[in-house]
Design a protein around this ligand. Structure first.
Ligand code: ZN
Ligand code: ZN
Length: 339
């Protein structure tokens, strides 16, 4: 093709953002080329920028909250065609042959790839994705909203729908940020009695607008006592990256309840095993989802009017956009837009 494209790359661990011109890549068998329209900046992109993820190779173009349009299709791609609107998320494809894939558990594939980590992602005008990593975007979801659904959205949506909670159960979302503001909306739309927990009351009104039935200010009251007034939460989705705060939530569960942790705080959790035993509660991690899970997330969001709150920046402003996300000032997701 010989055409050029703009991309934002990191060329060494801890390196700065570099805006570069690259050859537009060609898809090989089983791949498509996506003309990127928007790409969210995720907190996990720090793992690429700072070189914390094992096995990273540089230079690397990060970005795993991609929304765009298929622009070229490689050989043996049957289900996708040029012009289709698609998202590419954290799940960057799987091998189809390992034991887990043979059982259909593609998210747990031992050879799974992460978009923007194992191959170049969406901080770029074009990117190459395996067909197994594509989610179709419904017509009513704009690209800049579809992007954040591909990691933040699918992570909390999939965590909640697999949590065991049923309609009417009390579900608490701890932390009203990038993940939590979506978690509150999904919890409400899935039919749970939804409790939002955050420090202070500056996000109380917003949490209620997003669908929370109840709000707990973690600085003014004891969260466990407040949750036990509802009989405890069947599920607590812990999205604030604070190990101490997360650890203390276990006693806010109802008997048999689950504390679900979809994002990693830097320090280890300190859980009193006796609290788990006496009320038969558990702590569980959650890992993202497949491309089909992402497509379910997009479709459910369109159906139930769930929207991410975003700030948009052009690709050229990647350094400023990244800093805005990293500082935690943004409400709540930063999205790079192309052109
Ligand atoms: Zn992410
Ligand atoms: Zn596999």
């Amino acid at each position: 093709m010989g055409n050029k494209m703009k991309a934002a790359q990191i060329s060494k661990a801890g390196g700065e953002w570099e805006l570069v011109e690259r050859e537009v890549p060609e898809p090989t068998a089983g791949q498509v080329r996506v003309k990127v329209e928007a790409c969210g900046i995720c907190h996990s992109d720090v793992l690429v920028k700072d070189g914390i993820w094992p096995g990273l190779q540089y230079p690397r173009v990060p970005g795993h909250e991609i929304a765009g349009r298929i622009d070229a299709v490689g050989e043996n791609v049957k289900a996708w065609s040029v012009g289709q609107r698609v998202g590419v998320g954290w799940h960057g494809g799987h091998c189809f042959v390992c034991e887990l894939c043979r059982r259909g558990d593609f998210a747990m594939c031992i050879n799974r790839k992460v978009t923007g980590f194992d191959f170049d992602g969406g901080y770029s005008e074009y990117m190459i994705a395996p067909a197994s990593a594509l989610a179709a975007i419904p017509a009513e979801v704009p690209a800049e909203e579809a992007g954040p659904f591909m990691c933040a959205g699918v992570t909390v949506y999939n965590a909640l729908r697999n949590s065991g909670a049923r309609g009417g159960d009390v579900v608490a979302v701890h932390g009203i940020g990038g993940l939590g503001h979506l978690g509150v909306q999904y919890a409400r739309q899935m039919g749970f009695e939804t409790v939002a927990i955050n420090r202070g009351n500056d996000k109380q009104e917003l949490a209620q607008q997003l669908g929370a039935h109840h709000y707990i200010d973690a600085t003014a009251t004891d969260v466990v006592t407040e949750l036990q007034k509802f009989g405890g939460a069947r599920v607590i989705l812990a999205t604030a990256p604070n190990a101490q705060a997360i650890s203390s939530l276990v006693d806010g569960l109802s008997p048999g309840g689950t504390l679900v942790v979809p994002a990693a705080p830097p320090e280890p959790l300190m859980i009193n095993a006796l609290s788990l035993i006496l009320r038969r509660t558990s702590v569980a991690g959650w890992y993202s989802g497949t491309a089909k899970d992402s497509q379910d997330t997009l479709e459910f969001s369109a159906l139930s009017a769930v929207h991410p709150m975003i700030e948009k920046y052009p690709l050229e402003s990647v350094a400023e956009a990244y800093e805005q996300m990293h500082s935690g000032r943004v409400r709540f997701r930063v999205v790079l837009t192309m052109q």
